[in-house]
Design a protein around this ligand. Structure first.
Ligand SMILES: [Fe+2]
Length: 335
């Protein structure tokens, strides 16, 4: 191997989500007031937030718009040149790729935007992002924290969970591995249809997942299931549940611990947008270069829930299996 060896473009981690919300004020009360996320920048109808251990400008964008779609699922690439290298690679694959000029999201450099083949979810890849210092009254004495821990104590974005139809999920999941370099960590299959993926958890680092993709119960592509934000430990999760139970906030499932990935979960709805949000803590880690993905069968209830509330998964009655739509290749207009 020569010193010029280039491994090609790589994704570093799930970096952000842009959520369309018809009620920005209520969404801000939820993410800023209840979750304790810092608002790093606000302009007309758009707010940018981050957790207390995130130095990047934002991991969450809340955009006021009439339709509660997810506008973008964003990933940070490993090197500055990887945005252009991915652009070239995806174009060669035949994908339509849009270039988003620096500042399309405040604080972020140039990005590319495309739809996951099969899935139809709008993905944005970027490298450059500002790292603003928190104002004095929010700054932490802990060097590892960008701001003081506040409210329920959201540290950072953990992962994105998207869905597409049963007919497209296998191909979309395979594409995430082949073209974006995600590694399958654990996956869930239908016992009566060997090889049919119901859900798959994929990462580019030691986490269980930067992205999970599953089969949507409504049979539609480009669906959003939830975005997860990390809190420090299980005790924090129980405190969060204790407080939220007394609020006018819809809880879809939890608190409980997943068998798959072994993290603790609590699924809520952002009252402003109606999108499902997960509080997430713990979980096993994945370091082995030869990791063999774990196959869970859907008839094993330990996969979904090891302990705690088992989510209702009957589409006729469940609030947990519903999904919300994603935007297309064009960004929706703000309203
Ligand atoms: Fe999740």
């Amino acid at each position: 191997m020569t010193g010029n060896y280039d491994p090609g473009p790589r994704i570093a981690h799930a970096g952000g989500i842009n959520i369309g919300t018809p009620d920005l004020k209520r969404s801000l009360e939820f993410f800023n007031g209840l979750f304790g996320m810092e608002i790093t920048y606000e302009e007309d109808g758009v707010a940018y937030l981050r957790g207390y251990q995130e130095f990047d400008h934002h991991s969450l964008v809340l955009t006021q718009q009439s339709e509660a779609t997810i506008n973008a699922y964003s990933f940070r690439v490993a090197r500055p040149q990887d945005v252009e290298l991915f652009h070239r690679q995806l174009t060669e694959e035949g994908l339509e790729v849009k270039v988003l000029p620096a500042g399309t999201e405040a604080g972020r450099g140039e990005a590319i935007r495309f739809l996951i083949p099969g899935g139809g979810h709008p993905v944005e890849l970027y490298y450059e992002i500002d790292k603003p210092k928190a104002p004095d009254d929010l700054r932490s004495r802990l060097l590892g924290n960008s701001s003081r821990r506040r409210a329920l104590g959201v540290r950072r974005l953990d992962h994105l969970n998207v869905m597409t139809s049963m007919a497209t999920v296998n191909d979309a999941e395979a594409w995430l591995q082949k073209s974006l370099g995600f590694k399958r960590r654990e996956f869930l299959t239908l016992p009566q249809a060997p090889g049919q993926i119901l859900a798959s958890w994929l990462s580019v680092n030691s986490k269980l997942h930067d992205i999970a993709i599953g089969a949507s119960p409504n049979g539609q592509d480009a669906q959003f299931h939830h975005v997860a934000f990390s809190i420090e430990n299980f005790a924090d999760m129980l405190t969060a549940a204790d407080q939220i139970k007394d609020m006018d906030i819809q809880i879809d499932a939890g608190p409980g611990k997943h068998g798959i990935g072994q993290a603790m979960y609590l699924y809520l709805r952002d009252p402003g947008s109606g999108h499902r949000i997960e509080l997430y803590s713990g979980g096993r880690e994945f370091f082995e270069p030869d990791w063999e993905p774990l196959e869970w069968k859907a008839d094993n209830p330990a996969g979904m829930t090891w302990y705690g509330d088992l989510p209702d998964i009957d589409p006729a009655t469940s609030a947990y299996v519903t999904t919300t739509p994603s935007a297309g290749l064009e960004l929706p207009s703000r309203r």
